[in-house]
Design a protein around this ligand. Structure first.
Ligand SMILES: [Zn+2]
Length: 249
């Protein structure tokens, strides 16, 4: 492997390391997720530190080290100030990056994941901070999680019953958190009789929530802006998405 590599990276996390260094976890365009040591970043005069804040896009030179690789130099491309001027946005961006960091493993480069992350951050960054409500935040987060899960091979099945493969009809349906998809009322009864399913793997799902999740999975991020939804539906979708996510973490 080359001694130095140059790439773009999103900073996911930064923590203290040794006396004056930091350990940076970032997702790079060409090499996937990397843990890098940034030397001297805790010193007051550090030029590097300012570019390596979490929720930033940077051009970074990665230098091969004996243990960890380290940051040779870093230049900020986008600090996403439109996110950082709003506490609500920071909260949701933080949640998204944290779940990304936990779900995505090192050593598996995937440019599509990098583009998903950057396009989502950009959209959040450009959304009017004055108009950004908690519901907007939840919706942004649901979008991100479902797109990420889909990209990682956990796309939930929203059209057919996981068990009988019949088309899902409006009415009583359930979401199987463990297997990621809908099961119909009829199949649930059979599963219950066989005692093949435990109740903590299931949530009931309303017809409107099914429609919303289908819409999100089938569309691009930028439609999030146009959706006008009742708080109740967003809440239901948010609880479901968070629980679905927790089965993978
Ligand atoms: Zn079924």
């Amino acid at each position: 492997m080359d001694e130095t590599r140059y790439t773009q990276a999103i900073i996911l996390n930064r923590s203290d390391y040794r006396e004056s260094d930091s350990l940076i976890i970032c997702y790079t365009r060409h090499f996937g997720k990397l843990s890098l040591v940034a030397r001297g970043t805790k010193k007051i005069k550090s030029k590097l530190a300012g570019h390596l804040e979490p929720i930033s896009l940077v051009n970074v030179l990665v230098v091969k080290g004996r243990g960890f690789d380290y940051v040779g130099s870093a230049l900020g491309v986008d600090a996403y100030l439109g996110i950082k001027d709003n506490l609500n946005k920071i909260y949701y961006a933080g949640r998204a990056l944290s779940c990304f960091n936990r779900l995505v493993k090192e050593g598996q480069p995937d440019e599509r994941l990098f583009l998903l992350l950057t396009s989502w951050l950009e959209l959040l960054n450009n959304y009017s901070s004055i108009e950004f409500t908690q519901e907007n935040g939840e919706l942004f987060f649901i979008f991100f999680v479902l797109k990420l899960m889909t990209e990682l091979g956990y796309k939930p099945e929203m059209y057919q019953c996981l068990n009988c493969q019949e088309k899902i009809k409006p009415g009583k349906n359930y979401f199987n958190l463990k297997n990621g998809g809908i099961i119909c009322d009829c199949c649930l009864e059979k599963e219950r009789q066989r005692k093949a399913i435990s109740s903590n793997e299931l949530l009931t799902i309303s017809d409107n929530c099914i429609k919303l999740l289908r819409f999100i999975i089938d569309n691009r991020f930028n439609v999030a802006k146009k959706l006008k939804l009742e708080k109740k539906i967003i809440k239901e979708a948010s609880v479901l998405t968070t629980n679905f996510l927790n089965f993978r973490l």
